[in-house]
Ligand binder design. Structure first.
Ligand code: SAM
Ligand code: SF4
Length: 355
């Protein structure tokens, strides 16, 4: 192991309470140091969480959005996109298929679509919880506290609301009309309401620095979230960021690995965006700290229209019949196992074997 990384990874203090400079150096490492980082992240994952990989089936039930995020293909000003909404019955049916195939978490995701009121979402959640033994994660963006409360009361277990970037100036530019402060306040509401909260960020946003990537990891720690979706930014042709370069696979993998080392119990998906950028992207993430995969179980006729970014992995696959076998084969190939429990947040215990 090269000295730059060895000094950080070898120090219990550095691991437990890493400063920004240490995180920055880990993110910048290359070659043999980078391999050591992945090795260390993999070992940390194994020690803290074991070999189980949690599968979370995602139903993308609406691609309507009132927001205009500069990076996203669902933004309201993208008039080239054909819009759809699944009916409550279609959402419940898709989730049931996932539950019957053994998935223990169903994620309901959409653009910010006020057509689905808090009450409507609560009814869908209630039906899901009544008929299937699954944990439910909601990912429907910025809502009122009252809407979040309705979802929680209906039985939703988790909420995914990514900070996207910890740089407040960049955040405000990329998500017009919103602030990082407002996003963080919502994460706090969600925690107060009893949700297990997930956040995360994109890698390679225009104007993003390694410094701000280090802040992204520190923000996860500060918010003590249970899950973090970390994926590359992939430019979409019908957005203002069409000409941008996008995130790199290597920097995304390093960020996942550092997040694992900093937050050993964090649920970390091998993101679909990473798999979309490189055929081995998800596999490499699982070998470098990740412990979750989110197979897309949206029916094909809708899934192809949920075009956040182009050429999404699995966007041509018919729901579970194709996406699940591919994901399971990848997990088996790595000698890992598919988890059979819900994969709830893991509170850090006092029996931390490292310290
Ligand atoms: N509307 C909700 C929200 O913004 O929180 C949930 C749906 S949104 C499409 C889900 C995630 O997609 C965002 O948190 C963002 O990180 C990711 N995303 C959007 N555009 C992307 C792009 N061009 N490349 C990679 N990820 C992207
Ligand atoms: Fe809408 Fe979410 Fe896309 Fe922003 S990231 S445009 S809120 S779907």
């Amino acid at each position: 192991m090269g000295s730059a990384v060895a000094g950080i990874l070898g120090s219990p203090h550095g691991l437990k309470n890493p400063g920004k400079e240490e995180i920055r150096r880990l993110l910048l490492c290359e070659g043999a140091d980078q391999e050591s980082l992945f090795f260390h992240a993999d070992r940390t994952r194994k020690v803290y969480l074991g070999d189980d990989v949690h599968l979370r089936g995602i139903v993308e039930f609406s691609n309507y959005c009132i927001k205009n995020c500069l990076y996203c293909g669902l933004r309201r000003e993208n008039t080239a996109l054909e819009r759809y909404r699944m009916t409550p019955d279609e959402i419940v049916d898709a989730a049931r298929v996932g539950a019957e195939a053994g998935l223990r978490t169903i994620v309901l995701q959409s653009g910010e679509d006020p057509f689905f009121t808090g009450e409507m979402l609560a009814r869908v959640i209630g039906r899901l919880k009544e008929e299937s033994d699954v944990a439910v994660t909601m990912s429907v963006g910025d809502r009122t506290r009252a809407d979040y409360a309705l979802m929680r009361e209906a039985g939703a277990d988790r909420y995914l609301l990514k900070a996207e970037t910890a740089d407040p100036v960049l955040f405000a530019k990329l998500r017009p009309g919103t602030t990082l402060e407002g996003r963080i306040e919502r994460l706090k509401w969600l925690k107060e309401l009893g949700f297990q909260v997930g956040s995360g960020n994109m890698i390679g946003l225009p104007g993003q620095t390694v410094d701000s990537l280090a802040d992204d990891i520190l923000l996860l720690k500060e918010m003590s979230v249970g899950m973090a979706g970390i994926g590359p930014f992939i430019p979409h042709g019908h957005t203002p960021l069409a000409g941008c370069t996008g995130g790199s696979v290597e920097m995304t993998l390093k960020t996942i690995a550092v997040a694992r080392i900093v937050l050993p119990y964090l649920h970390l998906p091998a993101t679909t965006a990473l798999g979309s950028m490189h055929p081995e992207g998800q596999e490499r993430a699982l070998k470098g700290g990740a412990n979750v995969v989110m197979p897309d179980i949206t029916p094909l006729r809708f899934k192809r229209l949920y075009e956040i970014y182009p050429h999404r992995l699995g966007s041509g696959e018919e729901g579970l019949t194709q996406s699940l076998p591919r994901v399971k084969a990848m997990i088996e190939k790595l000698g890992r196992s598919v988890a059979t429990d819900y994969g709830h947040e893991r509170p850090p215990g006092s029996s931390d074997p490292r310290f």
